[in-house]
Write a protein that binds this ligand. Structure first.
Ligand code: DGY
Length: 316
């Protein structure tokens, strides 16, 4: 059972041994739970809370294949308690998401959406030396919060722009250059030095509102914040205030605290580029994510261990 249509012929990918009926559209919760009741395997989206309610509704469940690299929507501890394997889709979306983070960085720095609106709205009256002046990207300092697969892929793109890359990672180590020449700093040092801050850590209790009012106040007034990770890592109300008060210059946001709702202060701000959680949205990438889910289900139902288990303790 999947909670929404996927960009893959799931029935064909699973093969004849499986009984999969494609949902006609994204399912309401009650409909999803009803369909899930006899399922061995679920393909879930990041928008679907996978919690006790799901596990109770689905007593025969063996695997939750979450069609995302992030799995903050899944109560992994509860899954483990119930002996349910949880998998995710790392790797295949790294480049697409890093490309999109860079697109937001460039778009916010160079005021791309404001320019588009001006031209489209017929308000452009001709080239002016003072019009739509944005921030320089090349040669500036990029601060990456969370140096995992996607963070490193963003750092590689930054190298092409001659940027200095600093990062704050989970280990908290500082001063060490990693193989790509990025320098580890603590979060305070990163916020103080970076011209661009791009977030690439998972959402956990520790990273919830990691970028709060005081973090935003610690950034340069000229800084640009990019978030393609998870909305609740940034305190959205504090971001609105920081933009209004000129504590930072701009933001490029693909994710929001209460998707699909977006804080009205962000929607009203010209200095924010907004995207609908589209970081991994290429045809190829989304197809590969769905395929990773069907592969994981085939592995589990065939008695094999799938490649990307987020709760390996379930095998203990
Ligand atoms: C993920 O995979 O976690 C992204 O947010 C969507 O691709």
């Amino acid at each position: 059972v999947s909670s929404a249509p996927l960009p893959l012929d799931v029935a064909a990918a699973l093969g004849d041994e499986f009984d999969y009926v494609a949902p006609p559209a994204q399912l309401e919760r009650a409909e999803f739970l009803a369909r899930a009741s006899s399922a061995d395997a679920l393909i879930t989206l990041l928008t679907e809370p996978v919690d006790s309610e799901v596990f109770d509704a689905c007593p025969g469940l063996k695997i939750v294949a979450n069609c995302a690299v992030g799995f903050d929507n899944v109560d992994v501890a509860e899954a483990t308690r119930r002996g349910v394997i949880v998998t995710n889709t790392p790797g295949v979306l790294t480049d697409a998401t890093a490309d999109f983070a860079f697109a937001l960085l460039l778009g916010a720095a160079r005021r791309l959406v404001e320019g588009d609106r001006m031209v489209r709205g017929g308000d452009w009256t001709g080239w002016k030396p003072t019009e739509l002046l944005g921030a320089t990207v090349s040669g500036q300092t990029l601060g990456i919060v969370g140096m995992g697969r996607i963070g490193r892929a963003v750092a590689r793109r930054a190298a092409g722009f001659g940027m200095r890359v600093i990062y704050a990672g989970r280990s908290g180590s500082t001063g060490k250059d990693d193989s790509d020449g990025a320098q580890a700093v603590d979060l305070d040092g990163l916020l103080a030095q970076a011209d661009f801050v791009s977030i690439h850590c998972p959402l956990t209790p520790e990273t919830h509102h990691l970028i709060d009012g005081s973090a935003l106040a610690a950034m340069k007034p000229s800084a640009v914040l990019v978030n393609t990770a998870r909305g609740p890592i940034v305190d959205e109300a504090a971001l609105v205030a920081a933009l209004a008060e000129g504590e930072i210059a701009a933001a490029g946001l693909d994710v929001f605290e209460a998707e699909p709702q977006v804080h009205p202060g962000l929607r009203a701000s010209d200095r924010v580029v907004l995207a609908p959680h589209a970081g991994s949205a290429t045809t190829v990438t989304r197809g590969l994510m769905a395929t990773m889910c069907t592969d994981a289900i085939k592995a589990v139902m065939g008695g094999r261990r799938p490649s990307h288990v987020v709760n390996p303790e379930v095998y203990a």
